[in-house]
Design a protein around this ligand. Structure first.
Ligand code: SAM
Length: 216
């Protein structure tokens, strides 16, 4: 069966996964990401987890179609609750709100392990996620942005360091994006316009907007 292509958002998530790692894809839905990574020889095995039976059954059908039942395990799990520490090196949590991603990491008893790499793609409330990470000893190692079907997304690779670092007021919104990269600039412009709308009801955001603009 011919392999599908990932869209730019999932492609960016895939590009952050370490070659040869064991992957846990949390909120896998159709299991597209693990299927694509295994089929392209980037990883050998993966756990594809979802809290809902419906998406998990869709994922199961896809995994069977690509004859990957021996390499991809589908598992019903709220976040990482049913994933053991030795089952995953790289953990992708994509396509969910920033608050939910923070809650999933907070609920995971083994998340504070310096060897694990979290690849996070918040759809909303990125600032809540980044504040949570930095208050709890995690650090963004790498961050990029992309555009997919006219929408702007960011993906970050995060590791636990144990050091609680102070961050600037604008950091939760733009993190470690490289402003010389065009996709990152477009993402930041999108963040600014979103904050400008919010600032009508919350004037404290005006200072954050000025600081973000100062980064350009
Ligand atoms: C919008 S889809 C994203 C699918 C895929 N990760 C992506 O980025 O394209 C969100 C998925 O997360 C699942 N989900 C929501 N809350 C979850 C949780 N607490 N634990 C695991 N999966 C969850 C939903 O059932 C759904 O399949």
């Amino acid at each position: 069966m011919r392999l599908f292509s990932l869209d730019n958002r999932l492609s960016l998530c895939a590009s952050f996964v370490r070659k040869g790692s064991s992957l846990a894809d949390i909120g896998t839905d159709h299991a597209y990401l693990p299927i694509w990574l295994v089929k392209n020889g980037i990883i050998e095995k993966a756990l594809a987890c979802d809290i809902n039976e419906g998406p998990l059954n869709a994922g199961k059908a896809d995994v069977e179609s690509y004859c990957l039942c021996d390499k991809i395990t589908l598992r019903l799990s709220d976040g990482l609750k049913e994933v053991k520490e030795n089952e995953a090196d790289d953990i992708v949590i994509a396509g969910m709100g920033g608050e939910l991603i923070a809650r999933i990491i907070d609920d995971c008893k083994w998340a504070k392990n310096k060897d694990k790499l979290f690849i996070l793609q918040p759809m909303t409330k990125c600032e809540i996620l980044v504040n949570y990470l930095y208050e709890n000893g995690f650090e963004i190692i790498k961050q990029e942005a992309c555009e997919s079907f006219g929408k702007h997304y960011t993906v970050m690779a995060v590791r636990y360091t144990g050091e609680v670092r102070r961050i600037t007021p604008e950091f939760p919104y733009i993190g470690k994006l490289d402003v010389s990269d065009l996709a990152s600039r477009h993402y930041i412009e999108h963040v600014i316009s979103h904050l400008e709308k919010r600032s009508l009801g919350d004037k404290t955001l005006l200072t954050v907007i000025e600081k973000i603009k100062g980064e350009f």
